[in-house]
Design a protein around this ligand. Structure first.
Ligand code: PGA
Length: 255
């Protein structure tokens, strides 16, 4: 079994002061635990301070987005080089809020994925169907489209370490999450698709997470599923106690 990966997506929440306070409580909660792999994705403005505060902790830093070019006239954008400079090891790509609220396209996600791999920043590509698509039975068709577009033209041998996050859009921030069985069914189907598009060893090495209204109470149910390699946590990751409980559930599965 793979080491479970738990990623916090803080979205547009937390000042530097909030982030450092969170870390102090979270470290206290985690005392004595050997955590599974834990990545925090704060807003860009917290990356430097959290990165410094992470020294001597096992936690890793992630970003919530990045541009596909290294530099240039792209006002307001963040380059992969800036992330590397701050020891950012993970980057979320194609989160549904980026897709729906900020016009993120499959083509952009494809270019960002290539750039992240080039910079050796581990990409976490988010995919998922909307409520309407879910009700119309289009889940697999939507996921197949998103996955194939992200992978188009990528070099297969470089993809095994990338991460996918299955996040049904209808479950994000709604409290209405998929059941562990539903998530397992979709994620296992994703792995079969990835084996067809890439190959078996790559598909089985890739980590696939579930995300969408994950709470401390529900985490264990997802983490027990054989194909679910970890969780992408939004709301519950802003509370250090709740997030520590989720990490603890993952740690129990590793043991
Ligand atoms: P949520 O967010 O846990 O608040 O639903 C998950 C995400 O958007 O990654």
């Amino acid at each position: 079994m793979k080491n479970k990966l738990i990623i916090a997506n803080w979205k547009m929440n937390s000042t530097v002061t909030d982030a450092l306070k969170f870390l102090a409580v979270f470290r206290h909660e985690m005392k004595g635990m050997t955590p599974c792999e834990v990545v925090l994705c704060p807003p860009f403005t917290c990356l430097y301070a959290l990165g410094e505060a992470f020294e001597e902790t096992p936690f890793k830093l992630g970003a919530q987005n990045m541009h596909w070019e290294e530099s240039g006239a792209f006002t307001g954008e963040i380059s992969s080089l800036f992330l590397k400079d701050l020891n950012v090891q993970y980057v979320l790509l194609g989160h549904s809020e980026r897709r729906t609220l900020f016009g993120e396209t499959d083509i952009n996600i494809n270019k960002k994925l290539e750039q992240a791999i080039h910079q050796k920043i581990t990409p976490v590509v988010c995919v998922g169907e909307t409520d309407e698509e879910h009700k119309e039975g289009k889940t697999f068709a939507v996921l197949e489209h998103q996955i194939k577009k992200a992978l188009d033209g990528q070099i297969r041998s470089e993809l095994a370490t990338m991460v996918w996050a299955y996040e049904p859009v209808w479950a994000i921030g709604t409290g209405k999450n998929a059941t562990p069985d539903q998530a397992q069914e979709v994620i296992s189907w994703m792995r079969t698709l990835l084996a067809k598009v890439l190959d078996d060893p790559t598909a089985s090495t890739m980590r696939i997470l579930y995300g969408g209204s994950v709470s401390a109470e529900k985490a264990r149910g997802f983490l027990k599923q054989s194909d679910i390699d970890g969780l992408l946590v939004g709301g519950a990751s802003l509370d250090p106690q709740k997030f520590a409980n989720i990490v603890q559930s993952a740690q129990e599965q590793n043991a």
